[in-house]
Each structure stands twice: as structure tokens, then as C-alpha cells.
Design a protein around this ligand. Structure first.
Ligand SMILES: [Zn+2]
Length: 285
């Protein structure tokens, strides 16, 4: 869980340039099969500056079984959020400890990151990363998050929240909290303390509490925009300040049952965020 390379889990890119040995240049974001095939071999390897210079696009990741698993997850994630399936590509080779959600509507999942997630937390961690990346697509599509910060933190924490929501949903990963612990631990392990860096993803504790809040919200059926509204209402007013602000009046547009349920978990969420709850205790919640 330690000494991981830094990941970029979201970037906005208008297109993905792929240069070949014959100097042909093209984009793969139209999911054109012929184009994809012609750019997926090693003689034509350069993807973009976010990937290793010898990394290349592939139609599989790890092996056929893992490829089928993550593709199936990608379909289920889209289903839970009621969107069209997001085109998913794989990057192989060195310099692929990354997964990137591109602003032009597709995701590239790197094999090195996939293997890291698989070995540290099993398939649920691999699925969590994919749900986080799809979360960024939801943000692109809906101009979210509504909360803006000078760093990527709010964007990244909300993506962790979307991932938690998916991991909980009965028609999603449908995991119990004990099963989900591997996934949130993996998310926490790639948190950072570079709080003034533009790429700041949230501290490990904040990533855990964001994932947990999303998981709790998974008990309810929320549209993407109402997820955003609820997520930041509780995160900003209760989790981040680290205080139980019971005096706050429930906004009229928040469901009463949901409100009482989330408030009943607020002391727990606050302790996760402050670090008062240990990793082991957290897994037992
Ligand atoms: Zn991200």
C-alpha cells in the first residue's frame, strides 16, 4: 500500500494523439475499431505524455478473464448511473500505473495500476478504480462538482463518493461493508498530503470518508445531480468541519429518511476524517 507512484486519475484532454512509426497521427476517441487496431501494436506505441513512452493501447488487460471482468463492470457502472457505457481502452507496458478519464468521453485503464489494485485488494479494488473514472465522466457530462476548489480535491473526493455508491448498489457491485474495505483501503493508499498542489486528490482519511459517505448514500436512489447535492451538503457541513452541527436545519429538498440515516453516521464519518477511527475499526463499521 506504500511507495506507490503518483497517479493521475483524471485529466481533461480534448483528444488523444497517437503517433505511429510512419508519422501517421490520429485519434482513438471515436472508438473506431479499424483505427484502434492500427494503433494498438508496439511499433505505434506512443499514447500521450501521461503514459510511458513505450506504453501502448491494447484490447485486453492482464488476461482474458480480467478483461471480461472489468468490461462487465464498466457496463454495470453505466447502468447504475443510467448513462451510456463509456468507451474503455487499456494501456500496457511500462509507465501504466495510472487510469485516466478523458474529457472527450473515454477512459484508459493502465495494466500496472490494475495489477496493483488486484494484488492489494482484489477485483473489488479494480472495479472501484473504474467506478471512480466513470465518476469523472459523470462530472464532465453534468458540469460537476458544484463545489469548486483551487485543487482537484473536491473533484476527486466526489469521484470516490460515486465509487462508494456503485460498490454499495444492489444492481452494482453489491458489496457488504466488510467486502468493500479492500476498495476503500486502496483508495486511501493513493491519497496524498500535497494539499496545495493542483493535483491534490484528498488525504487518505478524506478519501476514506468520501468513499464511505458515497457508500452510505448508496442506500438511496439518487440522480447524478442529486448525488452531488447530497454528497457536498454532508461533506461540507459535517465531515470536513469535523463537528457535529445538529443545529443545522435540514434543507427542504433533502429526503427526511436519508437525512436521519446520514446524520446517524456523522460521528463515525467525522472520526474517519479526523483519523480517530483506525483502519481496523473502520473495516468493522
Ligand atoms: Zn480521479
Amino acid at each position: 500500500m506504500k511507495n506507490l507512484k503518483p497517479f493521475i486519475l483524471a485529466i481533461t484532454a480534448s483528444m488523444l494523439m497517437v503517433s505511429c512509426s510512419d508519422n501517421e497521427t490520429n485519434t482513438i476517441d471515436d472508438a473506431n475499431a479499424k483505427l484502434f487496431a492500427s494503433h494498438s501494436h508496439e511499433t505505434c506505441s506512443y499514447i500521450d505524455s501521461y503514459w510511458g513512452s513505450n506504453a501502448y493501447i491494447s484490447s485486453t488487460i492482464v488476461n482474458q478473464s480480467e478483461t471480461n471482468f472489468i468490461k462487465n463492470q464498466n457496463v454495470k457502472i453505466a447502468d447504475v448511473f443510467n448513462i451510456s457505457t463509456i468507451p474503455l481502452y487499456f494501456a500496457k507496458g511500462s509507465g501504466t500505473a495510472n487510469a485516466i478519464s478523458y474529457g472527450s468521453g473515454y477512459i484508459i485503464y493502465g495494466e500496472e495500476l490494475y495489477n496493483m489494485a488486484l494484488s492489494q485488494g482484489g477485483r473489488i479494488s479494480c472495479a472501484m478504480v473504474q467506478a471512480h473514472e466513470v465518476g469523472h465522466q459523470l462530472q464532465y457530462q453534468n458540469n460537476l462538482p458544484t463545489r469548486r476548489e483551487s485543487t482537484a480535491r473536491a473533484t476527486e473526493l466526489e469521484a470516490d463518493g460515486f465509487a462508494g455508491y456503485y460498490i454499495k448498489k444492489p444492481n452494482g457491485y453489491n458489496a457488504t461493508w466488510t467486502q468493500a474495505s479492500a476498495a476503500y483501503n486502496f483508495a486511501a493508499s493513493i491519497g496524498d498530503y500535497n494539499t496545495t498542489s493542483s493535483g491534490h486528490h484528498g488525504t487518505p482519511a478524506q478519501r476514506r470518508s468520501a468513499f464511505r459517505l458515497g457508500y452510505l448514500l448508496g442506500d438511496y436512489n439518487l440522480s447524478v445531480s442529486s448525488f452531488d447535492y447530497n454528497f457536498f451538503y454532508y461533506y461540507d457541513n459535517y465531515v470536513l468541519p469535523g463537528a457535529l452541527r445538529q443545529h443545522l436545519e435540514k434543507p427542504a429538498d433533502i429526503d427526511e429518511d436519508l437525512h436521519n440515516f446520514i446524520l446517524s453516521k456523522m460521528e463515525e464519518l467525522r472520526k474517519i476524517n479526523s483519523g480517530e477511527i483506525s483502519e481496523e475499526e473502520f473495516e468493522k463499521l
